[in-house]
Design a binder for this molecule. Structure first.
Ligand code: FE2
Length: 474
């Protein structure tokens, strides 16, 4: 997927260009931020000081020749761009009744099944301090396809004003150019059970849980967002219940045939940080993660970084097992905290409470490579997970078009008799746990851990063939 980011454009993101001096011109009080980005859709949200019906102008190859205009004049706007091309860079500006933003770019999600995904993630950043800005700027510099926010996105109480001041203002350049998907932290729940969080974000939804919990595929990775506040009893029953969410998580994971599965939420099942392990999350959800082949569990809450071995139940998984690896990535900007357990537990591979930073993850084919980076680029941790994938289908030869009736729309459910999309039966157990000493350089340098062996059923062959065919035609 091509993706041409311009740092120069990025630097201009926050600069509004007023093109009219008329008193009727509305001013953006919040820069555009990208929500619900998929292969063919994106939502551009922003706020205005005066009610007006703005227009988003967008297009490919640097043009902005397509438009979508808000149906009503109001100060809170979220305009959906539809009919987009997957894996394609778009430029966009906001025309707000006389004022216009500087052009910036983003890319749509790739064709479902695409075997190359790059994202960054961190939590506990919403402080409007220099550490948050540094982490945010560094993430933008990595040019990720998407950004996962792990909660405590706006300290201290998650109010409307704090979302503006502690999330949208300090992270404006990142959020204007990188699609972001969030889960709520406990601090968001301090105000009306997170209502300002839900008011300000436009998240994917699940039929049962709305924006509280949801999932989406990006390329060949299945992402599942859990509201751990709801799970530990902080929601009223009319909004979100543990039981409904747990059942949905099981059904969602069971239904996914994506080769890679990544779950993210705020409260960590495993942590030796200040708050420690959230045992209900471990007891109630980890068995599902193990049963359905979740590869990575991303959390925050504790203001430090920590990585576990692959875990099964309450123990380190046997050597050669493919059980989930749990991360705490709570070093996004809030003040770092002391660890609650002085001596590193046996289940913990590595921990760091002296550096702010973020996790950069690349999933290429059967290899997931993660780096925990400081804003200056120092590598705090690096690890690799691997699994065997079936070979990618050969691109169709030029000439005759596919047989009539062959699905050509990416993401369409295959007809009976066609191969399933994905398929993640594990045999034999896969990732070999890294049981080494974190003081051993071999255990803390890039590519240290993991060895293969997760065998997958034939995956999404027709989808990939179709995608490749489409790409060749462009
Ligand atoms: Fe928290």
């Amino acid at each position: 997927m091509h993706r041409l980011y311009s740092l120069a454009l990025g630097a201009m993101t926050v600069a509004l260009t007023l093109t009219a001096s008329g008193a009727s011109a509305a001013k953006l009080t919040r820069e555009p931020y990208l929500q619900r980005v998929g292969p063919d859709t994106a939502t551009v949200a922003f706020r205005l000081d005066t009610a007006c019906a703005p227009t988003v102008r967008y297009g490919t190859h640097g043009s902005t020749d397509q438009t979508v205009t808000a149906p009503t004049a109001q100060t809170r706007q979220a305009l959906e761009l539809s009919g987009l091309e997957p894996g394609t860079e778009y430029t966009y500006v906001v025309d707000a009744c006389g004022s216009r933003t500087s052009p910036v770019t983003f890319s749509t999600a790739p064709v479902p099944g695409t075997r190359s995904v790059h994202f960054t993630t961190v939590g506990d950043f919403g402080s409007n301090n220099q550490d948050q800005r540094d982490v945010s700027r560094a993430m933008l510099g990595r040019k990720p396809q998407l950004f996962l926010a792990l909660g405590d996105n706006a300290y201290e109480m998650g109010t409307e004003a704090e979302f503006q001041h502690n999330l949208f203002e300090p992270m404006a350049p990142l959020l204007a150019q990188v699609p972001f998907f969030a889960v709520p932290g406990n601090h968001e729940y301090e105000t009306n059970q997170g209502q300002p969080y839900f008011d300000n974000l436009y998240l994917p939804t699940s039929q049962r849980g709305g924006e509280y919990y949801y999932s989406f595929d990006w390329g060949f990775v299945h992402f599942v967002a859990i509201d751990s506040n709801c799970a530990i009893g902080l929601s009223s029953a009319d909004r979100c219940t543990f039981e409904a969410q747990q059942q949905w998580v099981e059904e969602d994971l069971a239904a996914s045939t994506a080769p890679w599965k990544i779950v993210f939420f705020h409260h960590p099942p495993w942590s030796s940080g200040d708050h420690g392990s959230q045992l209900k999350m471990r007891r109630e959800f980890s068995p599902l993660f193990e049963k359905y082949g979740v590869d990575l569990v991303l959390t925050g809450h504790d203001h430090n970084y920590e990585r576990t071995h692959p875990m099964r139940g309450n123990e380190v998984a046997p050597s050669g097992a493919t059980d989930p690896v749990y991360l705490v990535v709570g070093s996004g900007g809030a003040k770092l905290r002391e660890l609650s357990i002085a001596s590193k537990p046996s289940w913990s591979v590595l921990r760091n409470n002296s550096d702010h930073g973020y996790l950069d993850v690349r999933v290429e084919g059967g290899t997931l490579t993660a780096q925990m980076l400081t804003p200056s680029g120092k590598v705090m941790d690096s690890f690799t997970l691997t699994k065997d994938l079936p070979p990618e289908p050969t691109p169709p030869a030029p000439g005759p078009q596919p047989t009539p009736g062959t699905p050509s729309t990416p993401g369409t459910t295959p007809s009976p008799g066609q191969p399933p999309i994905g398929g993640s039966t594990q045999s034999p157990p896969g990732v070999v746990p890294d049981l080494g000493d974190p003081n051993d350089p071999a255990d803390t340098v890039p590519g240290c851990s993991a060895t293969p062996a997760m065998t997958l059923l034939p995956a999404g062959m027709w989808v990939l063939a179709s995608a490749l065919h489409r790409r060749r035609r462009r």
